[in-house]
Write a protein that binds this ligand. Sequence first.
Ligand SMILES: *[C@@H]1O[C@H](CO)[C@@H](O)[C@H](O)[C@H]1NC(C)=O
Ligand SMILES: *[C@@H]1O[C@H](CO)[C@@H](O)[C@H](O)[C@H]1NC(C)=O
Ligand SMILES: *[C@@H]1O[C@H](CO)[C@@H](O)[C@H](O)[C@H]1NC(C)=O
Ligand SMILES: *[C@@H]1O[C@H](CO)[C@@H](O)[C@H](O)[C@H]1NC(C)=O
Length: 474
Amino acid sequence: MLPRLSQLLLAALALSGVVSADPSGDEELRDFFAREGAAVKPLNLGRRSAATTQTRHLRPTYEREETILKKRDITPPDIGQVADFGGQDPEPIRNGAGDTFFANSNHEIDAQNPDNVAAPPTDAGTVPNLKWSMSLSHTRLLKGGWVREQTITDLPPSKDLAGAELRLSPFAYRELHWHRVAEWGYILNGTGRISAIDDSGRSYISDVHGPSNGSDPDIYYFPPGVPHSIQALDQGLEILLIFTDGNFDATGTTFMLSDWLAHTPLEIVAQNFGVNVSELGGIPQKDPYILKSTVEPPPFGHASEQAVADPQGDVPSPYVFHLDQQKKTNAPGGWVKIQDSVTNFPVSKQLASALVFVEPNGLRELHWHINDEWLYIISGHGRATAFAGGSTARTFDFQPGDSAVFPVSYGHYIKNLSPTEPLIYVELFKAEKFVDFSATQWLALMPRQVVADLLNISIATVETFKKEKQIVIA
Ligand SMILES: *[C@@H]1O[C@H](CO)[C@@H](O)[C@H](O)[C@H]1NC(C)=O
Ligand SMILES: *[C@@H]1O[C@H](CO)[C@@H](O)[C@H](O)[C@H]1NC(C)=O
Ligand SMILES: *[C@@H]1O[C@H](CO)[C@@H](O)[C@H](O)[C@H]1NC(C)=O
Ligand SMILES: *[C@@H]1O[C@H](CO)[C@@H](O)[C@H](O)[C@H]1NC(C)=O
């Protein structure tokens, strides 16, 4: 009876994606369940036929119709996995606690956030919401594109950074402007051309592209005060924008050139530029934010044709970083590309980032940082638990377009829940250098007895801990 039960459990755990696709590799876990099996309430769990094994969650199957249990009666062995509701909408029920939704609920939001509805028993205490879907942001529609933001009013724990998505139609401009804070951009799709000058009047113009032709996209960075603009090229453009202040919408943060001139006496504007007032009769009286171009620019790759001869020369350190020219740091369960001012992108003094690729079932290891981490899901589905200290923790579920924050020092992991699709996301920090601490590395490098005594595990087990950061575990 016991071996059979443990095998079934392992099959189910493998399906859940919690353990691994191949339970035969998990001998220790098998032994554990063989030992502990009697304490786990027997459930009629079985491997679903191959054609229907699309779920990654524990799912009971029933041999006979008449033995069907009510959902509320099911207590699967709870190792903290995503609660399973047999493909039905999640209900606030877990481990014999809770009850069904008796009136109504937003089932689509529930389905995206099963860990809000029926959290793992490891969650505890009050941890604020750390997640914001860009789909909940107000979208400003403009002639030539749109923009939507996540600022501190949407996600109060994100104090260091705010984010936005910006879409430009083919050839449309994000108008000339500057910010009190630094701006970092990740090209989500399409092609564009950015232009700027530095404080010595040295100019910069460069084309940027999204993840086209199987390559990673470009990143750009503008230091505080550096005036810039962006024009989409023939494909149009969508950008993830990050600003180094959560309160990004505050007055005094963003300055549009046309807005400034519209609020300066025209006589002064004319004298300033040394032109006749009559030349300026048509300048806009309201900043457009995004505007269409009147003439098609030279195509992608021909930015230099538009460059103005600059007596001061070019900026010494580029504002664009080509992720596709950077080598991956390979990890057992994926890879990462780190960009920061100390390592490879000197100008990016206030923004460090990591593009993280997590293979199916992979795990971004337990770790923490010395700055707030802001993250954005590019593709795939993830699950993360934020440990806030003081016996409090909260688990979140992520889908593409979600942003989130792990406040400084919060311990966390991110698990790719899918057995087939990669999880791709970016981690961002208001910092000149990417810094993280790995829990495994820490324990591997401490005196073994200290760890063995604390965790009540054998020295032999402690000796297996990896001394190098794993970054992403298979
Ligand atoms: C970019 O947009 C095109 C056209 O809508 C689409 O086919 C493609 O999948 C998008 N690429 C990415 C990386 O989202
Ligand atoms: C992608 O490949 C096509 C065809 O080779 C090329 O025209 C285009 O410029 C490439 N895009 C980028 C961003 O390199
Ligand atoms: C400005 O332009 C107007 C109209 O062309 C002209 O009459 C006037 O003399 C000009 N003023 C100066 C200072 O050049
Ligand atoms: C350590 O774990 C063993 C089981 O492996 C258990 O019997 C024992 O009570 C634990 N000790 C402490 C101090 O929790």
